[in-house]
Design a protein around this ligand. Structure first.
Ligand code: FAD
Length: 501
């Protein structure tokens, strides 16, 4: 059932088994799961059915850091505040985190995740139909179509993204939410206050407030924050009545380790002989394989990342515009002549060369100084705004460059082509883009001094407050986050079902 709070007189109270805050990918996934087993769910959503400026303005704030400045519009444009959340924007690129993303990698950070990829595997399977992709063969040898780039290479492996249509959660699941007897979606319900008991060990209720200031109390047995990684931290930090540093923030961990994936062009490549072989998987965005739309990428194998002390990163190819091809052509002509002599093969015919941009989508190290703070200024509801300070490190830049250099070397070594390297480590960040992936800020760790939630996504020290979304990721990996957000949401739903049973 959908309830528009603007239609109510005020003073109404709500209660349920579980209250989920935020109706994006994470919140809707949890509400559907719990609703299907007959548990009563309140899904408190700040917005209505579409983008509306007064509600979206609640996301505004101040931004600083390596790629951010007062001129960038990161906080306002990388999130959406209405039913379905930021899935109204997303492009649908889905890929699991890699097994090594969960491990303790001392060159990345001093902590690993308290769970493994194996723990998430059954939930990835259940997450696939929710984002409208089908089960997929991830095996390097058999997945995809056509031959592989750098086949059998000891440094790089091929892997794949799945392309979701992309699923707009608000549109796709609206009917189901509307028809549900167990789920009540409260629209225009901005959660502002989280009430803790005096011992700060239990959430007794929430207060949701409309834009006109009229508020409604909510009671539930369990509460889940699913408002996105920046807002989850902001809500915890802004509630200081019982815990003066913010909820769950005794160890000053809330808001820290904010991450995104830097994405940038490292150079151009030419594959003279390989046009007919260049697997369509890599060259085109949407190749159908066994009922799936997929996109091939290259990744440095885990063992090589460990040996070279590299962060995880994905190499993605984009077609090179015609105008940029000319400077490469001379180098390619020399190269093909050399290849011809070496192999005794026919010279590459004009037009048979594939020209591409070599892009790297990389992990950043978890950095405690990269964080969500509260600004002094307040929003329209009187809540302190976000001040985001997103910081990348020199070693993040070094890893991106080293990954691209490795690729250039392997390309040459195999005799497949040439890469013209344009990126410079000391001047990397001005050419980098962000990926709109907000990660970290309430990270998962068994020790409350090093993380905000435990392996069940429950806040340390509070028995009924949980967090869903990429704020709980301990490391960012190189994959886009939403597929993992949905998998973790399903895992949390199963945990809540056990608690409610
Ligand atoms: C342009 C763009 C492209 C992207 N492409 C991809 C991609 O290809 N692949 C991928 O994996 N990811 C992609 N993403 C990221 C993806 O959109 C997010 O990872 C995903 O939407 C996060 O889901 P979520 O449920 O955690 O948060 P959201 O989807 O942001 O949902 C949070 C919800 O909480 C609500 N809310 C916020 N504050 C409150 C409050 N105080 N009270 C009540 N409700 C509140 C919001 O209104 C919103 O509905 C992209 C993002 C952008 C911007």
């Amino acid at each position: 059932m959908l309830i528009d709070l603007r239609q109510l007189a005020g003073g109404e109270e709500f209660d349920a088994d579980v209250c989920v805050v935020g109706a994006g990918a994470a919140g809707i996934s949890i509400a559907r799961e719990l609703g299907a087993t007959g548990h009563s769910v309140l899904l408190a959503e700040s917005g209505g059915m579409q983008y509306e400026l007064p509600t979206q303005a609640l996301y505004s704030g101040a931004e600083t850091g390596t790629l951010l400045s007062p001129k960038t519009q990161y906080l306002g444009t990388s999130r959406l505040r209405y039913l379905g959340g930021t899935t109204g924007h997303w492009n649908g690129w889905c890929r699991r985190l890699d097994p090594d993303d969960f491990s303790l990698r001392p060159w990345v950070d001093e902590v690993g995740w308290p769970i493994s990829r194996d723990d998430l595997e059954p939930f990835y399977e259940r997450a696939a139909p929710i984002v409208q992709i089908s089960a997929f063969d991830y095996d390097e040898e058999t997945a995809g179509v056509g031959p592989k780039l750098l086949p059998g290479d000891e440094v790089f492996e091929t892997s794949y993204f799945h392309l979701s249509p992309p699923t707009r959660f608000g549109t796709v699941y609206q009917d189901e939410l509307e028809r549900s007897d167990s789920i009540r979606v409260l629209l225009y319900a901005n959660v502002r206050v989280i009430d803790l008991d005096e011992q700060a060990s239990h959430v007794s209720g929430l207060e949701v407030v409309r834009l006109d200031g009229v508020s409604f109390p909510i009671r539930a047995r369990h509460f889940v924050l699913a408002t996105g990684a920046i807002e989850n931290a902001r809500l915890l930090l802004a509630n200081t009545d019982v815990q003066p540093n913010g909820i769950g923030n005794d160890w000053d961990q809330v808001g820290r380790y904010f991450m995104d994936h830097p994405f940038l062009e490292m150079g151009y490549m030419a594959l003279p002989y390989w046009r007919h072989l260049l697997p369509r998987n890599y060259a085109k965005a949407y190749v159908k394989s066994r009922g799936n739309s997929i996109h091939g990428i290259l990744r440095v194998r885990a063992a090589v990342q460990s040996r070279e002390r590299l962060l995880n990163a994905l190499i993605i190819f984009r077609p090179l515009p015609n105008a940029t091809r000319r400077p490469l052509a001379t180098a390619v002509a020399k190269f093909t002549a050399g290849q011809h002599a070496l192999r005794g093969e026919a010279l590459a015919k004009p037009g048979s060369t594939y020209y591409g941009r070599v892009m790297v989508h990389g992990e950043q190290t978890p950095n405690p100084e990269s964080r969500v703070h509260l600004a002094d200024e307040v929003d329209g509801l009187g809540m302190r705004k976000t001040r985001l300070d997103w910081r990348l490190r020199d070693r993040d830049a070094r890893s991106l460059v080293e990954t691209a250099k490795l690729f250039a070397r392997r390309l040459g070594l195999h005799g497949h082509g040439r890469m013209r390297f344009t990126a410079k480590e000391h001047d990397l960040w001005p050419r980098a883009d962000w990926s709109w992936h907000h990660i970290g800020t309430t990270r998962m760790h068994d020790d409350p001094r090093r993380g905000v939630v435990n392996a069940d996504c429950r806040l340390h020290g509070i028995d009924n407050l949980f967090v869903a979304g990429s704020s709980v990721f301990t490391t960012a990996g190189a994959s886009n986050p939403t597929f993992t957000i949905v998998a973790l949401a399903l895992r949390l739903s199963d945990h809540l079902k056990k608690l409610l049973a």
